[in-house]
Design a protein around this ligand. Structure first.
Ligand SMILES: Nc1ncnc2c1ncn2[C@@H]1O[C@H](COP(=O)(O)OP(=O)(O)OP(=O)(O)O)[C@@H](O)[C@H]1O
Length: 291
C-alpha cells in the first residue's frame, strides 16, 4: 500500500503556542482513519496545513508523493470543515456546483441521491439551514467528491443520533464500493470506533498513538485487584490509566497479554477483562472521563 499523505517533522506555532510539534504521520491509501484528540490538541492546525490553508513553520507534507508548496491547494483532497466557510447567501445547489467543478471524481447521481436521503432542499440558502443541515450539506460534498483523501472535521455536529448513524452507514457503504482514504476528526469516540480501521490520537501537537483499531481491541485490558498485586503485575507494561480505591486498584493496560501473563494475574488474584474501545480512548485522552 502506498501513502496518500505523509507529514514529516511538521511544526506550527502561533506566537508562544506550539500547536503542532515535530509531528510525523502517514495515511495509507484506501483506509478509514479516525483523528482523535482533546480540544486544543492541534487537530485543526494539522488539517489546515494538510489542506494548504496554513503553511508549516518547518517539516514537510506530501500528498500522493508530491511535496505541498506554500499557497498550494491540493486537488486530491476534499476538506469538509466543522465551520463551513460557504457563502451564506449561496444556495445548496450552487455549493454543489462549485464542489463538482473542483473534484474530478465528483458523482452527481450520488449527490442527488444523498440530497433525497437526507431530505435537503437544494434551493435553500446556506444561511437558512439549521446547524445540522449545514453539516449534512458539507458531508454530501465530502461524500460525492470521492476525493482520494477526504477529511471530515466534526462531521456530525448538530445531527441527532439517527442522522449520525445514517451518515456513518452511508459513508462506509460508499467506501466499500469506492475505496479511498477518509479521515474523520471528531470528539465522538463512541461512534467513530465502529467506523474507522485505524486511529491517530493527537495530544499536545504530536501523535500520541497510531494503530489499527483491531490491534487496540486485542491489546487493551482492564485489570482489577489488590493495590500491591496490580503494581507488581503492571510493572513493565504500558499503563494508560490507574486508580486506587483503599486497598484495591484498577489499571487500564495497553499491552499484549500472553498465557503467562494471565496465569500470573490469576495467581495474584487479579481479574483481567477486555477494555471496550470507547473506554480505551476515554482513558487515554481524558483520564477516564468518557465524552
Ligand atoms: N490562530 C491562532 N492563534 C493563536 N493560537 C491558536 C490559533 N489557532 C489555534 N491556536 C492554539 O493552538 C492550539 C491548537 O489549536 P487547534 O485548534 O489546532 O486544536 P484542536 O485540536 O483542533 O482543538 P479544537 O478541537 O478545540 O478545535 C490551541 O492551544 C489553540 O488555542
Amino acid at each position: 500500500m502506498s501513502a496518500i499523505l505523509e507529514c514529516r517533522n511538521v511544526s506550527k506555532r502561533y506566537g508562544r503556542v506550539e500547536a503542532v510539534r515535530q509531528l510525523d504521520m502517514t495515511l495509507e491509501e484506501n483506509t478509514i482513519y479516525g483523528l482523535l484528540g482533546r480540544n486544543g490538541a492541534g487537530k485543526t492546525s494539522l488539517l489546515n496545513m494538510v489542506t494548504g490553508g496554513l503553511f508549516p513553520d518547518s517539516g514537510e507534507i506530501k500528498i500522493a508523493g508530491m511535496r505541498l508548496k506554500r499557497g498550494e491547494t491540493p486537488k486530491d483532497i476534499c476538506f469538509v470543515r466543522d465551520k463551513n466557510f460557504f457563502f451564506g447567501g449561496a444556495k445548496v445547489n450552487e455549493i454543489l456546483e462549485v464542489a463538482a467543478a473542483f473534484h474530478p471524481n465528483w458523482d452527481w447521481d450520488y449527490a442527488h441521491r444523498l440530497i433525497q436521503v437526507f431530505n435537503v432542499d437544494p434551493n435553500k440558502k446556506i444561511r437558512q439551514l439549521t446547524r445540522g443541515m449545514e453539516s449534512i450539506v458539507g458531508n454530501i460534498v465530502g461524500m460525492a467528491s470521492r476525493a482520494p483523501l477526504t477529511i471530515f472535521d466534526e462531521p456530525v455536529l448538530g445531527l441527532d443520533v439517527l442522522m449520525r448513524e445514517k451518515f456513518y452507514r452511508l459513508l462506509v457503504e460508499d467506501y466499500a464500493n469506492y475505496p479511498r482514504t477518509i479521515l474523520l476528526s471528531t470528539h465522538l469516540i463512541d461512534e467513530i470506533a465502529k467506523v474507522v480501521e485505524r486511529v491517530c490520537i493527537m495530544e499536545a501537537g504530536s501523535i500520541l498513538l497510531h494503530d489499527d483499531v483491531d490491534n487496540i481491541r486485542i491489546q487493551s485490558f482492564m485489570c482489577q485487584g489488590k493495590k500491591e498485586a496490580i503494581q507488581a503485575f503492571t510493572g513493565g507494561k504500558r499503563v494508560i490509566y490507574q486508580e486506587v480505591f483503599g486497598n484495591g486498584a484498577i489499571a487500564a493496560v495497553y499491552n499484549t497479554m500472553g498465557e503467562a501473563d494471565l496465569v500470573e494475574a490469576d495467581k495474584l488474584g487479579i481479574t483481567v477483562d477486555g477494555l471496550p474501545l470507547q473506554k480505551f480512548f476515554a482513558y487515554l485522552l481524558e483520564g477516564g472521563q468518557e465524552q
